[in-house]
Design a binder for this molecule. Structure first.
Ligand code: DOR
Length: 438
């Protein structure tokens, strides 16, 4: 007897295209794929829907511990499953920072029994913990090491090349990096203060700020032979540069940098559109799409970075950088699929297959016998309007409020259990630790 039988599914894979088959699960694992008619405790007819491997968001900020008035592990993961996400990797710029074994284990303890989706946490790389990183990066539920080369929210910062190199020399897993050049940010900070207008955000944190950091990062990566993952790439120049260094650097882009552009986003949304690195002009957005087309981009991550509306409404530059996105990643990207910007197969590659490959995730990211029974079921015909009242994040808003989209997550299934169906949350928080092979 199966636990769950998904009938008449269109299974989406990047390698074999879209396959029509049924999927059976037992004890949280995929046990059979094919024309199946055995008995099951739960049968779901998926006719007309697409089944994707559970979508993995490899960049979210959930604020626990330290700033739980913005978000916590419960609300952040609830927002994730509402948007069809089955696993998240959470960033270390919490308070205290996640830079030690104790801080990592504290997060794991907090997540157990409260996380609605599966989870892993990054360890922040610093001058102080550099020597310990080979040990820290191998701890359970650790997604790897994250480095901030430029200041953003929180106090995690690696300004100089010497420390960057020391971090890269210590350990073997791919290192995720926020690449903005701190020296240039400091030198030009007066631009933000004098202009006191959010339109100045991409002028202060300009193209060169990102390009210079990425240049330094690639050099350091070659010098140490360490694989790096450049998070939220925003400029045409970086994309051209990174196309040449695929052997050492992988690339992430976010849905917001693929969807919003300056100055329109600042005209419409003001400081709600403020994030680091910033949303830039349309020509950069177009270059990011080209990066997807020519396979330079390997991952789509949301950089979910919630702040309350009250905090965001402070006058620039007091307003904090970041916008929520874990719940809207999929609706926004499915809408881009319907608009012909990428195929559904490509989206599965960017948000399920590649997270598995690049981070060495165990048993997730594919629909294959023996893999975890995590699925994201989508209706490519469904037309909806994204609104703030649909958002489960504690911050309660989205930069896409009022946006009409086509393509919607209809069901989120974790370990063979349906946890979201037709916008309703079902059951208990059953998320568990993501495991790694690296
Ligand atoms: O805009 C941002 N906000 N960029 C980051 O890198 C951090 C994030 C946050 O944590 O608020």
């Amino acid at each position: 007897m199966y636990d769950l039988l998904l009938k008449n599914a269109k299974i989406v894979t990047a390698d074999d295209g879209i396959i029509e088959a049924d999927i059976a699960t037992i004890d949280g694992k995929i046990v059979e794929i094919g024309a199946l008619d055995g008995a099951a405790k739960e049968n779901i007819d998926c006719y007309g829907l697409h089944i994707l491997p559970g979508i993995i968001d490899t960049q979210v900020h959930f604020r626990e511990p330290g700033n739980t008035h913005k978000e916590d592990l419960e609300t952040g993961t609830l927002s994730a499953i509402a948007g069809g996400i089955t696993s998240i990797f959470e960033m270390p710029n919490t308070d205290p920072l996640t830079t030690s074994k104790e801080a990592l284990f504290d997060k794991i303890l907090r997540a157990n029994g409260r996380a609605w989706c599966n989870f892993a946490f990054f360890i922040g790389g610093t001058k102080e913990n550099a020597k310990e990183l080979p040990f820290l990066e191998k701890l359970p539920a650790c997604a790897g090491v994250k480095v901030f080369m430029g200041s953003s929210t929180g106090n995690l910062l690696t300004e100089d090349d010497e420390t960057l190199i020391e971090i890269l020399e210590n350990g073997s897993r791919r290192v995720a990096v926020h690449a903005e050049d701190e020296k240039r940010l400091k030198d030009r900070q007066t631009i933000a203060e004098e202009k006191a207008d959010v339109h100045a955000h991409p002028i202060w944190r300009d193209e060169e700020t990102a390009v210079e950091a990425t240049r330094r990062l690639i050099k350091a990566a070659y010098r140490t032979g360490r694989q790096v993952h450049v998070l939220h790439v925003t400029t045409a120049k970086e994309m051209q540069m990174l196309a040449k260094y695929r052997d050492i650097a992988s690339v992430e882009v976010t849905p917001q940098h693929l969807t919003l552009f300056a100055p329109d986003c600042y005209d419409r949304l003001g400081t709600l559109a403020q994030m680091n690195p910033p949303i830039r002009e349309k020509k950069h957005m177009e270059a990011l799409w080209e990066g997807i087309e020519n396979n330079t981009v390997k991952i789509i991550g949301s950089d979910h970075a919630p702040h309350t509306l009250e905090e965001k409404k402070q006058p620039y530059p007091k307003s904090p950088s970041g916008m929520p996105g874990v719940q809207t990643l999929l609706p926004i990207m499915l809408s881009h699929v319907n608009l012909g910007k990428l195929s559904l197969e490509k989206l599965v590659e960017l948000a399920a297959h590649n997270p598995r490959k690049l981070y060495g995730i165990k048993n997730k990211g594919y629909i294959k016998v023996g893999y975890d029974a995590d699925f994201t079921i989508v209706d490519m015909q469904a037309k909806r309007t994204i609104t703030n009242d649909w958002i489960k994040s504690k911050c309660g808003w989205t930069p896409y409020h009022g946006l009409n989209v086509q393509g919607w997550p209809i069901m989120t299934i974790i370990g063979g259990c349906v946890v979201m169906r037709e916008d309703k949350i079902i059951g208990e928080p059953i998320g568990s630790e993501v495991k790694f092979t690296t």
